[in-house]
Design a protein around this ligand. Structure first.
Ligand code: AMP
Length: 283
């Protein structure tokens, strides 16, 4: 497995592969890898000739007072995990090489970035789309792999790819969970044992929403109200949002049937977690 740090080198490596007819799969991550990330690498491995995993804690997607400095950095074990999962190359650039002094371009998707996560973290998605756009330009992948765990992020990246005419297929990979249902996240390691237990309510609320939607007795709005109330009453949980929205636009449902997504964010102690679930409302 090659390890590349310089943007010019990755551009050259990916270009050589592309010219020799290989398909390129890209898996962008911030490291502190877990089975969720590795499921993306495995999906890329199964479908692409050349798999590039990127590990970069992107300062531009952290707001003031967020956990950029504290974000877990576990490069040695990440590289071992990438190797074992079948990555061909890991790109681990330095911040000063990704954002050279004087760089002043931001890729900004309007609308869908301004709600939910975007409301709580106003500059977050500009950081994500700017970085992902740079990674796409450096590697020109055939496919790029993203987790459903970051549902809004994935919809934003799909919008950006369509708007900017990139020929990259965005592949959605299901959320990988711990055996007790907690969505895997690099930030779970911030949780104390008590908080880890309290955090289980997030998945439970989503499971319940799923069952209620399938049963067809309650409207999206009623389910949303129930989710918010359960989270508000849960010990140790400070909810940020809990919504049931149309699965593509992330706007309120206009009808009481069809495909929706339940999305939530909450603080457990000082750790902010997100999770979601696709719901199907019976007609
Ligand atoms: P991150 O390192 O948190 O930026 O995540 C990198 C990629 O891994 C994103 O596409 C995430 O959606 C995805 N990811 C993170 N956690 C999970 C999970 N539990 N299951 C599946 N994908 C995940």
């Amino acid at each position: 497995m090659d390890i590349v740090q310089n943007p010019t080198d990755i551009q050259q490596c990916a270009g050589e592969r592309r010219r020799s007819g290989q398909t390129i799969g890209l898996v962008p991550t911030m490291g502190a890898l877990h089975q969720g990330h590795l499921s993306l690498v495995a999906a890329a491995r199964a479908a692409c000739d050349f798999v590039i995993t990127t590990i970069f804690v992107n300062p531009k997607q952290f707001g003031p007072g967020e956990d950029f400095e504290d974000y877990p950095r576990t490069m040695e074990s990440d590289l071992d995990l990438c190797r074992a999962a079948g990555s061909d190359l890991v790109f681990t650039p330095a911040v000063c090489d990704m954002y050279v002094p004087g760089s002043s371009t931001t890729v900004e998707v309007a609308g869908i970035t301004e709600i939910l996560e975007g409301q709580s973290r106003p500059t977050h998605f500009d950081g994500v789309t700017t970085l992902v756009a740079k990674l796409f330009n450096m590697t020109l992948p055939d496919r790029a792999y993203f987790g459903q765990k970051d549902y809004q992020q994935q919809m934003i990246i799909r919008r950006m790819v369509s708007d900017l005419n990139w020929h990259v297929e965005i592949i959605n990979c299901p959320t990988v969970r711990e055996p007790d249902g907690l969505a895997m996240s690099s930030r779970n390691r911030y949780l104390s044992p008590v908080e880890r237990d309290q955090a289980l309510i997030l998945n439970r609320v989503l499971e319940q929403a799923d069952q209620l939607a399938a049963a067809g007795q309650m409207s999206p709005q009623e389910i949303q109200t129930g989710m918010a109330e359960t989270l508000r009453n849960a010990e140790g949980i400070e909810p940020d949002y809990a919504v049931v929205v149309e699965s593509e636009s992330l706007q309120p449902m206009e009808k009481n049937f069809g495909c929706a997504v339940a999305l939530l964010a909450a603080r457990v102690g000082r750790t902010r977690l997100i999770d979601n679930r696709i719901l199907t409302f019976a007609e």
